[in-house]
Design a protein around this ligand. Structure first.
Ligand SMILES: Cc1ncc(COP(=O)(O)O)c(C=O)c1O
Length: 349
């Protein structure tokens, strides 16, 4: 792979004690272009602006998909990637839905390894640090006809992150706006899904809520996700999470928590959940926990849920499933707990 290293590293001028999520980028990026029906050779370049004509199709029609994944450094200074095969698979599932050509496994995996090996120092070993990895593909053809592009660009950039204290998590059930309808692109990590969520989220923020709980597009009766996390409820001692569908993003954290919970002998149900079921469980005292799962936060407890002006306060539990599963997952990711699932892989390049 062609590699052009940066002549001025930002490592020594980056304040690693202050890393607002997603705003600091490592020295290099991987880039690969699709033209004339095929992907070209990937190369590694210094992180920096990319040429983009105003007629680039992504700017007009949002034909773009992305992934979010994390790398951690273990105590032996090795970089561990978490379930990278799942991110690769999901990127191509998203690409297919957006009519974007799939990226081949070798370009993705080798590119990731070489990029991370080169920017190794950006992944810190100290507790709480990780390297957030953002692979994405967008329509780079120059044409303003509303049609799928003939040219695409695949890029991987990385961003060092520290543990951030998410603070209180007060969520409100959204019964008007929809994140994703049946038959839409909700199961894909399509850029437009996120653009469409910002306005309703901003309105919820203005009312003092950190996030929304999205409900189904048809009846607004069933729970789908919370913000950009999959959502979970502990009713009595059973964990319930909405079954996957074409309007829900199949989270890799969600899938990992299903496995970990079951291996901890916790009963897990993946099925439709009515809002009324959660309200009833709250009223009769069986709603013990609610939490979200996603790469950025792993597991994030929800403190309150507001439904039609009524606030349900979820007290923290001594035997919290959320905290137990979060510790196990983070331990595996960081290499401090034996990975019995073969979820982690070392960067070898
Ligand atoms: C809409 C949405 N749901 C769920 C998730 C959680 O997915 P994962 O656990 O793979 O990060 C994300 C974040 O990536 C998301 O954007």
């Amino acid at each position: 792979m062609k590699v052009r290293k940066t002549s001025i590293s930002k490592l020594n001028t980056t304040d690693f004690s202050n890393l607002p999520f997603g705003t600091v980028f490592s020295d290099h990026m991987l880039i690969c272009n699709y033209k004339d029906g095929k992907w070209g050779e990937a190369k590694i370049l210094p992180y920096g602006p990319i040429p983009m004509p105003p007629g680039a199709q992504v700017l007009h029609y949002g034909q773009s998909v992305f992934e979010g994944m994390k790398a951690f450094k273990n105590n032996s200074n090795e970089i561990l990637l978490f379930r990278k095969e799942e991110n690769f698979k999901r990127l191509n599932q998203s690409a297919e839905r957006l009519s974007i050509p799939e990226i081949d496994e070798e370009t993705f995996m080798n590119g990731l390894d070489e990029l991370l090996a080169l920017d190794n120092a950006w992944c810190k070993k100290e507790e709480g640090y990780s390297l957030y990895i953002r692979p994405f593909i967008f329509a780079s053809g120059e044409c303003v006809k509303a049609s799928a592009s003939y040219e695409y660009t695949f890029i991987i950039i990385t961003s060092p992150t520290t543990k951030y204290y998410a603070g209180e998590m007060n969520v409100v059930v959204e019964e008007h706006y929809t994140r994703a309808p049946q038959g839409g692109v909700g199961y894909a990590k399509a850029a437009g899904n996120y653009a469409a969520s910002f306005y309703p989220t901003k309105q919820a923020n203005a009312k003092g809520f950190q996030q929304l709980i999205w409900t189904d597009a048809k009846e607004h009766k069933y729970i789908e996700e919370s913000g950009t996390m999959n959502i979970w409820f502990r009713i009595d001692d059973t964990l319930i999470t909405p079954a996957l569908s074409d309007s829900i993003l199949g989270g890799i954290t969600r899938d990992s928590i299903v496995t970990l919970a079951e291996d901890n002998s916790i009963k897990v149900e993946q099925r439709k959940i009515l809002i009324s079921e959660v309200v009833d469980a709250y009223k009769n005292g069986t709603l013990k926990e609610a939490f979200g799962t996603g790469t950025a936060v792993t597991v994030n407890p929800i403190n309150t849920i507001t439904f039609r002006e009524k606030r349900m306060v979820i007290e923290s539990q001594k035997d919290s499933f959320a905290i137990k599963l979060k510790q196990q997952l983070q331990g595996i990711q960081k290499g401090s707990i034996v990975d019995a699932y073969d979820w982690t892989s070392k960067v070898t390049a």
